[in-house]
Design a protein around this ligand. Structure first.
Ligand code: BGC
Length: 886
């Protein structure tokens, strides 16, 4: 049986505000059969689901399109009407002659820009004497009446700052930190919310709570705040569509009411202060009566940027942790250990007399006395405060802040707190489509788990460097290093699409790409550095490989050429000696590599990716121009740095790894460099790369025939290594190899995060090499499953959730047999390369007799077969298992 599932539009299952004119559709074919192929598809889009079945689609009927495409299929019907619910269905014809139809899915178009004229930016002005601890959060609301049955009601909302929208007594969504973080001078995102379930005929109340967030709160280091505005404001449209097709539109204006309530201050870095005695009661309940605390809202100038429908996901609660241990290092101060270093907040059940102040401080570690260690948070106060109102126990959690923490210190609570009074809530935007990986070596599994913990903690609006200290910025170097690993473990198509727009908003014309995005906080970082700026070529290319997304390439291409042309203009002899801006080199490497070498390698890489992108976009002349430049930079690199024996002027892992991974040396010279890399790794006996090369180290060793050395580095437990972190009790990936060492203790608190993603860039190798899953074509239409030789591992089981469905590679090795289970999604084909030769069976039959398996051949110490979609169980008996090799 074949079914169509996982229908999405612009990477969302049911988007409520789409403002691109040709939204893209995707679907998956699910089947337990082998060799399922789609010969054609037909997409129909209509404003009414009934029109789809009646074959009278009013928006688009693609007709039968001969194609195996199931992703990135762009709408090409009549212009989409705004604020409209569009129903869509896909029909597919399969190679065996059968046809399938999908369920009806929906997407909704956003209001057109002009529609926002009906909504003003509103707020309640803060008192002039607002201080850090008293920057009260405005509440705004509008009471309104619905007189007849509605068939659809939507809220479109945005803010300067962060808002949480409410309708009739409850928040309209569980998501956090809307409208998200952009350069608000350029672009402000809005979201659509479905009000259908809670809108009443009769009295209704819609409202929002507004806090500073990135807009007017603390952002980045150096006590920087009010980067985009002075105080939060809100703008919204409520569109009610009645059964007869007529509509009412209610926009924010001075007929809304505004009040200050219990939130005394809320800041992403400082924390939230809540005085329950100032509670506004059921302030957004339907039919709530007016009161003197509410005054007319005032219209203000909001952020200057254009309003756009948010393409990416908001953060949301993704998991809860119960206390693992509790201690009381000082009377009245409880320390709770949640067992993992997350981003999020603590939820408490509290009881006590009115006026009691309960304080929750957060930290990643404890000091030698068992007290909370917060020095490495720098200016981030990370403290939530609740003033109790008396009365029965009440559950409280902050809504407008997050902290990076494993431990919380709770002071001021009058009585003991039970374990179930205290919960840590992890918050992240990296929610869906997680890959999975496990093997028979616990250390590797722990590293994988720690990578995912840091991934979740650092994917909140932008790929951040860290979630705890006064930084939390979209550093491009960290992001490019980690992107391949992140994309293996989570579905980040929408997330990165949004962040690439942030890069594009940040960059200046005829300049290098930036060191971070958004960047208004640190203007000197707009002109980026080697390996950082290159995120603007690398991340779009990684997205293209993962999802086959050409649109991100098209958006990124002008930035790519601007960056590469700048590097070329300023470095005419092609060795990057000039204008390296804030050059960080191979950041935080235990062994330094000359910065010009690293910079030149990344210049060559970006030139190559720009050439490759030009080819995908159909610009052959541009392709030729940048390909020639890439060749020339590579040649200059060789002439400048590579000796006759393949030894590099800089005898470091980073230097060899970048030269090999970026293909900078001619094929005939690569083996000599690979031997030198093996020599250096053997000499060092440990990892000595920093952010710029760490993700390439193990894959390069594996690809050049030294998988044994790659495994050796992975399984090492001496400093510096991933194993060392694990042995030291890490539950996440540290910023530095020496964030803590047995000899020196904690690093300088000025720069010592225990939750940084970059050194976790090794996680791609788990999927790419240990499990051997790789796309042979962008978007995984053709897949390779080629596990590396087992070496000292006995088993690996990994599943990658590709945009076409799950790809699984699960192998085991025994004394005389090698087993490999492979699953490929319907409508894909694959090359399976088993690192063993012998008597090969599939599902207990000789492999040559197996349906769906073709072209069985032996290639050196591997058995190679071609397969169609479906699941296969290969066994090699009397196996000669490969010991090394690619
Ligand atoms: C960040 C890094 C970043 C760096 C640039 C740090 O403060 O945390 O991860 O790459 O600045 O040097």
């Amino acid at each position: 049986m074949v079914e169509i599932c996982q229908q999405r539009c612009e990477y969302h299952a049911r988007p409520l505000a789409v403002d691109v004119s040709a939204p893209r559709f995707e679907w998956q074919l699910a089947s337990d059969q082998r060799d399922v192929r789609q010969n054609w598809y037909r997409i129909v889009v209509a404003t009414d689901a009934a029109a789809l079945t009646a074959d009278t689609a009013d928006l688009w009927d693609s007709g039968e399109v001969t194609s195996a495409d199931t992703t990135q299929v762009a709408y090409a019907g009549s212009p989409l009407p705004p604020t409209t619910r569009c129903c869509w269905q896909v029909h597919a014809g399969l190679a065996d002659g059968t046809q399938v139809a999908s369920p009806v899915a929906t997407f909704e178009t956003a209001p057109v820009p002009n529609a926002w004229a009906a909504a003003a930016w509103i707020t309640r002005r803060r008192p002039m004497d607002a201080t850090d601890d008293h920057r009260p959060a405005p509440y705004v609301r509008r009471r309104f009446t619905v007189t007849r049955p509605a068939r659809r009601a939507r809220l479109y909302a945005t803010a300067g700052g962060i808002y949480q929208a409410w309708l009739n007594g409850a928040p309209v969504a569980a998501t956090r930190f809307a409208p998200g973080w952009t350069d608000y001078d350029k672009r402000v995102q809005f979201h659509g919310y479905d009000l259908d379930a809670r809108l009443a005929i009769g009295d209704n109340t819609v409202g929002a709570v507004l806090t500073d967030g990135w807009f007017s709160g603390y952002v980045g280091p150096f006590d920087t705040r009010e980067v985009w505005g002075k105080q939060p404001c809100f703008r919204a449209l409520i569109v009610v569509e009645y059964i007869d097709g007529s509509r009412d539109v209610l926009g924010t204006d001075e007929s809304w009411e505004a009040a200050f309530g219990p939130i005394l201050a809320a800041d992403l870095q400082r924390g939230e202060s809540y005085d329950a005695r100032r509670d506004l009661g059921d302030w957004s309940a339907a039919g709530v009566a007016g009161s003197r605390r509410w005054q007319p809202a005032v219209a203000v100038d909001g952020p200057a940027g254009v309003l756009v429908a948010a393409p990416g996901p908001l953060a949301e609660p993704v998991g809860e942790l119960a206390p693992r241990a509790r201690t009381e290092p000082m009377p009245g101060s409880q320390i709770v250990d949640f067992g993992a270093n997350i981003a999020g907040h603590v939820r408490l059940r509290l009881a006590g007399p009115a006026g009691t102040i309960v304080r929750i401080r957060h930290g990643e570690r404890l000091d030698a006395d068992g007290c909370l260690y917060t020095e490495n948070l720098r200016g981030a106060r990370a403290t939530d405060t609740v003033v109790l109102a008396g009365g029965p126990a009440r559950v409280w959690e902050p809504t407008f802040t997050y902290h990076g923490f494993r431990y919380a210190e709770i002071t001021g609570h009058p009585g003991p707190l039970a374990d179930d009074d205290v919960t840590a809530v992890a918050v992240s935007a990296a929610v869906t489509g997680a890959g999975s990986f496990s093997c028979d070596h616990e250390l590797v599994n722990r590293v994988h788990a720690n990578i995912n913990t840091s991934l979740r903690a650092n994917f909140i609006e932008v790929p951040t460097d860290c979630p705890q200290r006064d930084e939390r910025l979209g550093w491009t170097g960290d992001a490019q290093a980690f992107a391949p690993t992140a994309l293996r473990n989570a579905d980040l198509a929408a997330f990165y699409t949004k962040w690439l727009t942030d890069i594009d908003d940040t960059r200046e014309p005829a300049a290098p790409l930036p060191d971070m995005a958004p960047c208004k906080i640190l203007p000197w970082a707009v002109a980026g550095s080697p390996g950082y700026a290159d995120a603007g070529t690398i991340v779009p290319w990684e997205l293209y490989q993962a999802y086959g997304d050409r649109r991100v390439l098209r958006t990124a291409y002008p930035g790519m050429t601007s960056h590469v042309d700048f590097m070329h203009r300023h470095n005419p002899d092609l060795i990057v000696r000039n204008d390296r801006n804030n050059d960080y080199g191979d950041w935080l490497a235990p062994v330094d590599t000359p910065k010009d070498l690293v910079a030149t390698a990344y210049f060559a890489r970006s030139a190559r990716l720009t050439a490759d992108t030009a080819r995908v976009l159909g610009g052959e002349t541009e392709h030729a121009r940048y390909a020639e430049l890439a060749d020339q930079v590579a040649a200059a690199f060789v002439a400048e740095y590579v000796g006759d024996d393949g030894a590099l002027a800089a005898d470091t892992q980073c230097a060899y790894v970048l030269a090999l991974a970026f293909g900078l040396v001619p094929a005939e010279r690569a083996p000599a460099l690979a031997r030198q890399l093996a020599r250096v790794v053997t000499r060092d006996g440990r990892v000595t790369t920093g952010f710029m090369a760490v993700g390439h180290l193990l894959p390069t060793l594996t690809a050049t025939g030294r998988h044994d050395l790659a495994l050796q580095l992975m399984l090492a437990e001496e400093y510096p290594s991933w194993g060392y972190m694990v042995r030291a009790g890490a539950t996440s990936i540290w910023e530095r190899w020496d964030s803590w060492t047995a000899e020196r203790g904690l690093q300088d608190p000025w720069m010592n995060s225990f939750n940084h993603v970059a050194l976790g860039a090794v996680g791609d190798w788990f999927y790419r090499c240990l499990a051997g899953i790789q796309p042979l074509e962008p978007g995984y239409r053709r897949v390779q499953v080629a596990p590396a030789p087992p070496g000292s591992l006995r088993a690996v089981d990994a599943t990658y959730q590709s945009i076409r469905g799950a790809v699984r590679s699960s192998w085991q090795v025994t004394a005389d047999s090698y087993y490999l289970q492979v699953s490929l999604p319907a409508n894909t084909t694959g090359t399976v390369r088993l690192p063993a030769v012998g008597d090969v069976y599939e599902d207990e039959r000789p492999v040559t007799a197996s349906a769906g398996v073709r072209d069985v051949r032996v290639d050196g110490s591997s058995t190679v077969v071609q397969v169609g979609s479906g699941s296969y169980r290969f066994t090699v008996r009397n196996a000669a298992v490969a010991t090394s090799g690619a």
